[in-house]
Design a binder for this molecule. Structure first.
Ligand SMILES: [Zn+2]
Length: 290
């Protein structure tokens, strides 16, 4: 269905994004911000993945997405159709995107509560679209930043309704990474990190989102130049990290960033740390930079 120009204008993304940075979503994966920075090497990525896996185990909250990915890699589509996300049914792409929006700037427990509350107050996405903004805000308040998140969710739904006539994002499953980026950049409030998370978790694409934890670790261990910003870190790491390692490595770096003070405290590489931090397997990488 062809959209009118006026509708496209209505759906145009504004500058304010929940992702915490206002840079545009990269449209392609061909940009190379640091062509002379040769780290991380594929071998380094593999070693870090293995060491973090030994230290943390695979984070349980990401297991259901990993299972879907494994099934797809084995081309066992029948199993995928019959599989579920652990709570009785397969997660839709739209549910996944809203969960990612709700997860920003809050704890996992609070974002889960906010999503459960949203679903209990509004049984369908059509109910959310037609609801008063205040009612939506109240439903997701426990996840923090309620007005911003409510506005983002409403915008996604109204934009989707205008463009596609129905509240469903399943069509993204048939698109390439660049097509998904281009498509989701039309939804205002949906920033680069949200897009990358939808690609990795919900669409089982080989993309590597860069959240605060991943960004800080990447800088701390020299995987990007010290001057790197988050957007360029995203572009650089997506070029350097082998596709087959992206998912596990991302989940593990995120988990490590949440628990390791040593890796995520700026300028702290020389600082004396608690004994439990002494076991950080990334110490050698940081020491080499000191
Ligand atoms: Zn560490």
């Amino acid at each position: 269905m062809q959209n009118s120009k006026s509708k496209q204008k209505t759906c145009k993304r504004k500058h304010l994004q929940l992702d915490g940075h206002s840079q545009k979503t990269p449209k392609t994966t061909s940009e190379e911000p640091y062509p002379f920075h040769h780290r991380p090497t594929p071998e380094e990525c593999r070693v870090v993945r293995d060491e973090l896996l030994v230290l943390h185990g695979f984070p349980p909250e990401f297991l259901k997405y990993r299972r879907h990915r494994l099934i797809i890699n084995e081309s066992n589509l029948e199993s995928l159709t019959n599989s579920n996300n652990g709570d009785g049914k397969k997660e839709s792409v739209l549910d996944g995107l809203v969960k990612i929006v709700l997860s920003q700037n809050t704890t996992e427990i609070n974002s889960q509560k906010a999503f459960a509350s949203l679903k209990s107050v509004f049984p369908t996405w059509e109910d959310v679209l037609s609801a008063e903004s205040k009612t939506l805000e109240n439903a997701i308040r426990c996840g923090g930043l309620a007005p911003k998140k409510a506005s983002c969710i409403k915008n996604v739904l109204s934009c989707l309704h205008e463009r596609k006539g129905k509240l469903c994002l399943e069509y993204l499953r048939d698109m390439s990474i660049d097509e998904v980026k281009s498509e989701l950049s039309n939804f205002k409030g949906v920033g680069p990190k949200t897009v990358a998370c939808v690609l990795m978790f919900n669409l089982q694409q080989d993309d590597f989102p860069v959240d605060t934890h991943v960004f800080e670790i990447a800088r701390a261990i020299g995987w990007v130049p010290a001057i790197a910003d988050r957007n360029r870190t995203y572009l650089h790491l997506n070029r350097r990290i082998p596709n087959e390692l992206k998912f596990d490595l991302n989940c593990l770096l995120y988990t490590h960033g949440k628990v390791c003070r040593k890796c995520t405290m700026k300028g702290s590489s020389q600082k004396k740390l608690a004994p439990k931090d002494g076991s950080c397997p990334l110490s050698d990488y940081r020491r080499n930079l000191a």
